[in-house]
Design a protein. Sequence first.
Length: 103
Amino acid sequence: MAVNNGRTHREVVDDVCPCLKKSYCLLKELILSGGPDDRTLEQFKCVEKFKYERGINGPDGGWEEALRIWREEGFAERFAQAYVPGETNKKIYDLIMQRITPE
């Protein structure tokens, strides 16, 4: 199992899907057995947060619109610059959105 910055793929999935930690979930098991890699999973979670913050909804849950805006407004490029394997999703998202707080 690949380790990034001290975190396993399972730890990244648990960070991105905290509601699924306590019980069995088929979707989580599919992700763990060959679903998206850590980078893709982290970016999807960032887009999900972005979609919620912007109040983007639609027939597909707003994903198509959120992804379009994410790309057009340069957030995909910011993600590419902010992404560090194994970093928490919160920190990656905060860097993208310029919400950097002292540690």
